[in-house]
Design a binder for this molecule. Structure first.
Ligand SMILES: Cc1cc2nc3c(=O)[nH]c(=O)nc-3n(C[C@H](O)[C@H](O)[C@H](O)COP(=O)(O)OP(=O)(O)OC[C@H]3O[C@@H](n4cnc5c(N)ncnc54)[C@H](O)[C@@H]3O)c2cc1C
Length: 338
């Protein structure tokens, strides 16, 4: 049955963390049918974890694809070596066109290990896929987003890690009605010496950023820490708002590293994301792409974030933000609804 399911398919590999689907896996699932379409194949989900039947059913339903669960007690927390051997065995069995993981550190480890195992090319951090006559062109940002690289691959299967939001979130995904289809396979006991014991959440990060409906975020365009008050003042205009930043601003010490948003930082999906003085590097977008409305404040109309945002204010943030706050205060003092 799996054999038939896998023929001409693209394996979409998700992970669970203590019985819950990770955010990256949810995002990848949402893109599954379009991703498989790029390869002219069908998406089949593969989910690792332990006792995750219900989660797998829900993923199968929302992503509109059948899901194969690879179950093992040692997969309660992400386990790259075990994931690599389980997904590798599945790939040996059913020769998929491609195997796609979400792009994060754990998945990169699993992807690279399994690619070596099945002798397939492994391309990480893919943010665009183009089909040429008999090969694929995979695109990604390199050197901290300063350059873009195109990799041509004609080998099948290929193993990829996919950046969040490969397909623009503004494009509505037509996921056909799909009744959940889940098949569970117990992974054989192995001699892997990597046995994850649990996950300790950092104590110095509260969840305010993830829960915020409005995120006011700043990058190197902030010019210096003395302007941080402008961000707090802008955030103060909203009921449930928090301040975040790009790695550029955090590396310079203008904002604490715990507030960094992006691939190596936190992931937010607010109703409004106000990106002030942020260029829009792929690694930053990875952490805020799911925002419902993005407003960029930037002096450079050609900055990537201006293309991606719903609204762009072309101005110096140290000029614009005080004016915004002043107008807000004036309206409040007049008793106008704000
Ligand atoms: C492995 C790896 C992981 C990474 N992870 C992350 C991550 O998690 N998060 C992250 O953010 N980055 C990450 N990066 C870094 C990323 O590639 C970029 O270097 C970084 O996001 C750039 O930060 P920035 O936009 O603040 O700065 P810049 O790219 O320097 O952009 C500054 C912007 O501010 C504008 N500007 C300048 N002055 C003003 C002004 N007065 N008013 C308004 N606008 C102004 C400029 O036009 C420019 O667009 C990562 C890089 C690597 C290699």
């Amino acid at each position: 049955m799996i054999q038939n399911k896998c023929l001409g398919t693209v394996l979409i590999v998700g992970e669970t963390v203590d019985g819950r689907l990770s955010a990256g896996s949810r995002d990848l699932g949402n893109q599954a049918s379009r991703l498989a379409g790029q390869f002219n194949g069908q998406a089949v989900g593969v989910l690792t974890g332990h006792d995750i039947e219900q989660v797998a059913r829900s993923w199968s339903k929302t992503a509109g694809m059948p899901v194969i669960v690879l179950d093992h007690a040692q997969c309660r927390y992400p386990n790259p070596p075990l994931t690599a051997s389980g997904v590798g065995a599945l790939a040996d069995e059913c020769s998929p066109l491609a195997v796609c993981f979400p792009h994060n550190m754990r998945a990169c480890q699993a992807a690279a290990t399994m690619a070596w195992r099945i002798k397939a090319p492994c391309i990480t951090a893919v943010d665009a896929i183009l089909k040429e006559s008999d090969y694929f062109v995979l695109k990604r940002a390199v050197f901290g987003g300063k350059l873009r690289e195109s990799v041509s691959v004609g080998h099948v299967p290929m193993v990829l890690t996919i950046m969040p939001g490969l397909f623009s979130p503004s494009v509505s995904l037509e996921v056909p009605d799909h009744s959940p289809s889940v098949e569970t396979r117990l992974l054989a006991d192995t001699n892997h010496r990597f046995i994850p014991q649990g996950i300790n959440r950092r104590k110095d990060t509260d969840q305010a950023l993830e829960r915020a409906q409005v995120v006011v975020s700043a990058g190197r365009g902030l010019k210096g820490p003395e302007y941080k008050g402008l961000l707090d003042a802008a955030a103060g205009m909203f009921k449930n708002a928090a301040v975040g930043g790009s790695r550029g601003a955090c590396d310079l010490g203008w904002l604490p590293h715990s507030l960094q948003i992006g691939e190596t930082g936190r992931t937010v999906s607010p109703a409004l994301y106000l990106a002030c003085g942020i260029s829009g590097a792929t690694q930053h977008l990875a952490g805020m792409r799911e925002s419902r409305t993005v407003v960029a404040v930037n002096t450079d109309p050609k900055a990537a974030i201006c293309n991606l945002s719903h609204y762009a204010v072309i101005d110096d943030l140290t000029v614009f933000l005080p004016v915004l706050r002043e107008r807000y205060d004036r309206m409040r003092n007049k008793g106008d609804e704000v």
